[in-house]
Ligand binder design. Sequence first.
Ligand code: NDP
Length: 288
Amino acid sequence: MAAQIIDGRAIAADLRRELGPRVAALAARGIRPCLAVVLVGDDPASRVYVRNKVRACAATGVDSRDTVLPAQIGEHELLSTIAGLNRDPTVHGVLVQLPLPPHLDAGHVIESISPGKDVDGFHPSNMGALLAGRPGFVPCTPAGIMVMLERSGVALAGKRAVVIGRSNIVGKPMALLLLQRDATVTICHSKTRDLPALTREADILVAAIGRPRAVGAAMVKPGACVIDVGINRLDDGSLAGDVDTAAVKDVAGWITPVPGGVGPMTVAMLIASCVRAAELAAASEASD
Ligand code: NDP
């Protein structure tokens, strides 16, 4: 039987609708959530991501402010731009679009964002909070995947989960979130031996590799839930995920499409984090 497709666009639209009353409650107090996006250089893919984020903000009643800086900008100048956004009380979320040009240290830049405005959840304070199971901002891609799993009725407690990829923005936080929900989690990477033997044990398989169609049907346990995080641009200009969807959909129980799966959820979770940042800022102002 063909896998059930988990429609990220539809779930993301539900999430944005559900934010409506929260945005309206803030508006009643004279607050409009605002996301500041900083883009360094003119990488075409980054421009597309920033445009999508700005559009999604507008559709949800969230303001956005984008700052485009030249690719040659020095670290000092970039950090002072971020410091200005940190100080600005009308800005609730600050996001620096990655990757940065190689002369800039992404770690320094991320650490300069105020943790309370770090809606991407990449600041070490927020990463530490996730590790310790404390409240904080969670990276949007894995957070969105957890919502997709929940709303699709995929059971996690006691299940075997395999995450391929160990990046700070996807693989590692994904594994921690699955662990929090009582899955038994294995993290795989480029040095993992006999990857297919591990992935075939997975009830939930998350592919965050960055290699088109790297996960084939022989790597998937029948009935598994397969989450495809990959966004790979092929030579003909089309997009492919990290999963060979055409083959895997005949084996898996659930699968996320590319495009229209994890991508829209990432953007929806970003907006949700920005609304939350505005709510937290308003609550802390009220208690001062
Ligand atoms: P990274 O390049 O930071 O990480 C890729 C991971 O895959 C690494 O841990 C790497 O291992 C592992 N890997 C590479 N080759 C293999 C292999 N042959 N076998 C097993 N593991 C392998 O990528 P990201 O985590 O940032 O992104 C992953 C993919 O997800 C990309 O396609 C990206 O575009 C996409 N993405 C999509 C998002 C969305 O919203 N849908 C958001 C963010 C990313 P090692 O650590 O050993 O090098």
